[in-house]
Design a protein around this ligand. Structure first.
Ligand SMILES: Cc1cc2nc3c(=O)[nH]c(=O)nc-3n(C[C@H](O)[C@H](O)[C@H](O)COP(=O)(O)OP(=O)(O)OC[C@H]3O[C@@H](n4cnc5c(N)ncnc54)[C@H](O)[C@@H]3O)c2cc1C
Length: 401
C-alpha cells in the first residue's frame, strides 16, 4: 500500500480494494494477497465476519460433503458451476485441517466446527494477515468513480485508489449485525440489472387463526414432509409462537412465493389409510388421539385428531377416516408471510449474474470491477452451501484481481 495527497485529502493506493470483510471478501483478500497483490479490505462494521461468528448456532456449518450445482438457486443456474468446481469443499476442508481446526459431520454431509465459529474467522484473519492484507474497520464507501487506471473510492476513512475493486458486501439479512443491501443498490445505480431479492432460509409466520390453533404447540418439533409446487423436503419442523420454523421450513422458504400454500405431511413415516385395518384388528378400542400419540408428539396428535380424538379406531366412519388421513398427510397451510430479514439466513436474488464473468467474477460492463458472494443472485440450500459459495466465488475473484 502506498499513500499520497489529493485536494488536501490523504490518498492510499492498492492493487485491490475489497468492500466487505465477510466470508467472500476475506477469501478473496487471502488469495489476492498470496499472489503478491497489495490488498486493502474495508469493512463498515466494527468487526469482520459477524455472520461467520453467528452461523451454524455458533459452530459454523462451513461447507457440505456433497456440493453440486443443484444445491443452488439462481436465474442463471449454470453460473455457479465453474467457481464451485475450481475451489471445492475439499479445498476448504484441507485449509481447515491445515489450521488444526477440529470439525465433525452432522446430518446430510453438513460440516461444523467442534468448538466454535471463531475458529473459522480466526483462520481467515490469520491467512489474510500473513498475505499482507490490511483490514480497515468502521469504514464505508461514500463515492465511487471509475478512472483511467482503475477506481477511486472516497470513504469515511479517506480516499483510496485501486486497479481492481471487489464488491463483497453480502445481503441485508440480520440488519442488527449492520447488514445492508448497499451492494445491490449501488450495482443497480451503476446499470446492473437486479433479480428481485427477498429474505430466504427464513421461518414462516402464521395467520391469527392458525396461531390460535397452534397456541399449545409452540416449542414442539417433529419430522415432516413439506411440499410447495413440485418441490419437496423432509426434515424437522418446529412450531413457534409466531408460525413455523426448523430446517425443513427454512429449506422450502427458498422455493416459496408469497400467496402460495404449503402441503404438510405430519406423519411421513406412515400412512393412516394403509395402517388402519391392522390397527383396528390389534386394538380397536384405542382412541385416535392415543393411537396418533404413539406416532407423533402428543400435543400434535391431539390437535390433528381434533373432534375425532375420542373416537375409537373400530368406530370411525369411512368419510371421517379419509378426512383424518387428509389432515395428517396432506395438510394445507397458507403462510401469512415470513419473518423477513430480521431472522433470515440469506437473501434470495441479488445482482443478475448475466453481467458478470463466471470465471473471474469481473463485471462485463466495467473492467476492474468484481462482485462475489451473496450480493450476487446465487443462493444455496441450507447446509453449508452459502459459505461454500462465498469461498468459491471469493477464491475465483482472488485469482483474477
Ligand atoms: C444467522 C445466520 C446463520 C448462518 N449460518 C450459515 C451456516 O451455518 N452455513 C452457511 O453456509 N451459511 C450460513 N449463513 C449464510 C452465510 O453467513 C452467508 O451466506 C455468507 O456470510 C455470505 O458471505 P458474504 O461474504 O457474501 O457476505 P457477508 O458474510 O454478509 O459479508 C459482507 C460484509 O460486508 C460488510 N458490508 C456491508 N455493506 C458494506 C459497505 N457498504 N461497506 C463496507 N462493508 C460493508 C458487512 O458488514 C459484512 O461484514 C448464515 C447466515 C446467518 C445470518
Amino acid at each position: 500500500m502506498s499513500a499520497g495527497k489529493a485536494e488536501g485529502r490523504s490518498v492510499r493506493h492498492v492493487d485491490v480494494l475489497i468492500l466487505g470483510a465477510g466470508a467472500a471478501g476475506l477469501m478473496c483478500a487471502r488469495v489476492a494477497g498470496q499472489r503478491g497483490r497489495t490488498v486493502a479490505l474495508l469493512e463498515r462494521a466494527n468487526k469482520p465476519g459477524k455472520k461467520i461468528l453467528m452461523s451454524g448456532g455458533g459452530r459454523c456449518n462451513f461447507t457440505n460433503l456433497e456440493v453440486e450445482p443443484r444445491h443452488f438457486l439462481s436465474q442463471n443456474p449454470h453460473f455457479c458451476k465453474s467457481a464451485l468446481k475450481r475451489y471445492t469443499q475439499w479445498d476448504f476442508i484441507s485449509l481447515v485441517s491445515e489450521h488444526g481446526i477440529p470439525w465433525h459431520e452432522k446430518a446430510d454431509g453438513q460440516l461444523f466446527c467442534d468448538h466454535s465459529s471463531k475458529d473459522i474467522l480466526q483462520m481467515l484473519l490469520n491467512e489474510t494477515e500473513s498475505s499482507g492484507v490490511s483490514l480497515h474497520l468502521n469504514c464505508e464507501p461514500q463515492d465511487i468513480r471509475q478512472t483511467a487506471s482503475g477506481w477511486e473510492v472516497g470513504t469515511t476513512e479517506g480516499l483510496w485508489r485501486c486497479e481492481s475493486l471487489v464488491i463483497a458486501t453480502g445481503g441485508p439479512s440480520i440488519p442488527t449485525l449492520g447488514a445492508t443491501d448497499w451492494g445491490m443498490q449501488w450495482a443497480e445505480s451503476m446499470g446492473y440489472p437486479l433479480v428481485t431479492y427477498r429474505a430466504s432460509l427464513v421461518p414462516f409466520t402464521a395467520s391469527p387463526e392458525d396461531r390460535a390453533h397452534w397456541a399449545d404447540l409452540s416449542g414442539v418439533a417433529l419430522p415432516v414432509t413439506l411440499n410447495v409446487k413440485a418441490r419437496q423436503w423432509t426434515g424437522d419442523l418446529l412450531f413457534t409462537h409466531r408460525g413455523l420454523s426448523g430446517p425443513v421450513v427454512l429449506q422450502i422458504s427458498n422455493y416459496w412465493q408469497p400467496g402460495e400454500r404449503l402441503r404438510i405431511n405430519w406423519w411421513p413415516a406412515g400412512d393412516i389409510l394403509t395402517d388402519w385395518p391392522d390397527a383396528r384388528r390389534e386394538n380397536g378400542s384405542q382412541t385416535w388421539a392415543a393411537w396418533l400419540a404413539q406416532r407423533l408428539p402428543r400435543r400434535v396428535a391431539e390437535w390433528l385428531a381434533g373432534d375425532m380424538g375420542t373416537v375409537r379406531l373400530a368406530d370411525i366412519r369411512r368419510g371421517d377416516l379419509e378426512r383424518l388421513a387428509a389432515r395428517v398427510h396432506a395438510y394445507d397451510f397458507q403462510p401469512a408471510g415470513t419473518e423477513g430479514y430480521r431472522t433470515a439466513e440469506v437473501t434470495l436474488g441479488g445482482i443478475d449474474t448475466r453481467s458478470v464473468s463466471s470465471q473471474t467474477f469481473e463485471s462485463q460492463i466495467h473492467p476492474g470491477l468484481y462482485f462475489v458472494g451473496e450480493v450476487l443472485d446465487v443462493t444455496g440450500h441450507l447446509g453449508g452451501y452459502n459459505f461454500q459459495w462465498a469461498w468459491s466465488s471469493g477464491h475465483a475473484a482472488g485469482e483474477a484481481v
